[in-house]
Design a protein. Structure first.
Length: 95
């Protein structure tokens, strides 16, 4: 199973760049759903902050694929999706 993620492909980078932040975002939303609303401050856990926190694993994933495995195409895919998510964050934040 892990060998399938060890390929140098732009499409694999796009998949990983979307899947990992979506998984983290979903887990954070699920955790926040079950916490009592008295504990949560709505300003601390806004949509924009959840988006920013969800792309942090992409930095570590990008570093792993570029430096450790030397997979440039996969790294480019991860970087492209990270920029797209960053642009989405800016649009949501300033509109």
């Amino acid at each position: 199973m892990i060998d399938k993620f060890r390929q140098d492909s732009f499409w694999m980078g796009l998949f990983l760049g979307i899947f990992i932040p979506a998984l983290i975002f979903g887990l954070m939303e699920l955790i926040l759903c079950f916490l009592p609303h008295q504990i949560i401050d709505a300003n601390v856990f806004s949509l924009q902050r959840l988006i920013l926190v969800s792309i942090i694993p992409n930095v570590f994933l990008l570093r792993y694929y570029l430096l450790k495995l030397k997979y440039d195409l996969t790294g480019r895919g991860i970087l492209a999706i990270t920029f797209v998510i960053g642009i989405i964050f800016v649009i949501i934040e300033f509109s």
